[in-house]
Design a protein around this ligand. Structure first.
Ligand code: NAD
Length: 351
């Protein structure tokens, strides 16, 4: 018999092709009349098109979202939202833009909608990461959960294959850690397995044919499920390592996840038998860590932290930070062993 607690999500999810055209109705259903559309500078065109769709319900655009949600950008966005009397924010983009929406919501209480365009999954979580200067803080705040997420597969076709791959591996990391999460429940485990199947099946096709609608839909579907896992159960060593590497060395988010994941799977494998069995159904072979390493390599993902800009001298410091502050992991976190796998990940060696 299993004893468990399952947390449901309040977020309404609309999924399909052309679904962005439902945005005005979704805003209306929330009673929103002045929606501020957010994006990065790169996606300003998409923000403008979304504001056009909203018509009279648009309160303009704010297109300065930046990686790691810097508080100075948030402060400008909050004052812009107040000046235009926004009654909601809508993020069009990946985790950086959705992070800005959450940071605004945390300060103003405004409801949020999103049109996600990567596989990072932030739109399904109550997690808010912010940076002030060089320090990044991460909090779980139920009040930053989005009200409505509209997944429109058409918007993901422009995501370049190389970014699609690392973003997809970032999503797979949420699913892998959900399989062995301390507070996992049967629904989270089902979602994690389904997410892994969808992503492993679709990413090779996305690389070959970036505008293949079916493959893009499967990848986005997997990303939604994986993001839901991230939002509902606790993460462990993998997310801790990536957080440390991003914070200490400014390494890029999705690429770091792509390099680290096979090494953490290898580390946790002896203590996470059921998770490894499920992972092997998706990535056949007797060693899921090596199977994932080969899979990522075939997709052209980065395999070495040194190629992402991490100095070799940082391995020791990273190992120290990873073992600092206790947190749950299926296998106790041992500094010497962490240092050893970080050295392999730094050099691009097999896990
Ligand atoms: P991102 O949002 O930084 O996007 C990367 C780049 O790709 C940006 O320039 C963006 O404009 C561009 N882009 C996005 N979608 C595109 C598309 N369809 N076509 C063309 N260009 C596109 O990257 P990300 O990996 O989605 O997000 C990373 C950030 O999200 C990190 O700061 C990370 O910490 C955060 N994150 C937070 C959570 C959470 O739950 N809070 C979860 C995952 C990631």
């Amino acid at each position: 018999m299993k004893t468990f607690v399952h947390r449901g999500q309040i977020t309404k999810v609309v999924f399909g092709s052309g679904t962005r055209r439902r945005i005005p109705d979704e805003a209306d259903a929330l009673g929103c009349r002045r929606v501020l559309v957010l994006s990065t500078p790169d996606q300003a065109d998409q923000a403008a098109r979304t504001a056009d769709l909203l018509g009279a319900a648009a309160a303009g655009t704010f297109t300065a979202a930046a990686p790691h949600t810097p508080v100075e950008v948030t402060e400008k966005a909050v004052s812009h939202a107040r000046n235009v009397r926004a009654d909601a924010v809508l993020a069009v983009g990946g985790g950086s833009t959705i992070g800005l929406g959450k940071a605004i919501a945390a300060r103003t209480g405004l409801p949020q909608l999103a049109l996600p365009t990567t596989y990072a999954g932030s739109e399904m979580t109550p997690i808010l990461g912010e940076t002030a200067g060089r320090s990044k803080t991460t909090r779980r705040l139920p009040e930053v959960l989005l009200r409505t997420v509209v997944y429109d597969v058409d918007l993901t076709r422009t995501l370049p294959p190389a970014i699609s791959v690392v973003s997809g591996l970032n999503a797979m990391a949420h699913a892998v850690e959900a399989l062995y999460a301390e507070d996992r429940d049967p629904v989270a485990v089902l979602m994690a397995g389904e997410a892994l199947d969808a992503l492993v099946g679709s990413l090779p096709v996305v690389v070959r044919r970036p505008d293949d609608t079916d493959a893009r839909a499967d990848a986005l579907y997997g990303a939604w499920l994986a993001g839901t896992c991230l939002g509902t159960v606790g993460m462990a060593l993998h997310h801790k390592v990536c957080h440390v590497l991003g914070g200490a060395f400014g390494l890029p988010h999705a690429q770091t996840h792509a390099v680290v994941l096979p090494h953490v799977i290898a580390y946790n494998a002896p203590a996470a038998g059921a998770a490894m069995t499920r992972l092997s159904q998706t990535l056949p072979g007797d060693d899921p860590a090596k199977a994932l390493f080969r899979f990522a390599g075939r997709l052209g993902a980065p395999t070495a932290l040194r190629d992402l800009g991490m100095p070799e001298s940082g391995i020791e410091q990273a190992a120290e930070l990873v073992v600092r502050n206790g947190y749950w992991n299926p296998r106790p976190v041992d500094r010497t062993a962490v240092r050893a796998f970080l050295a392999r990940a730094w050099a691009g060696e097999t896990p």
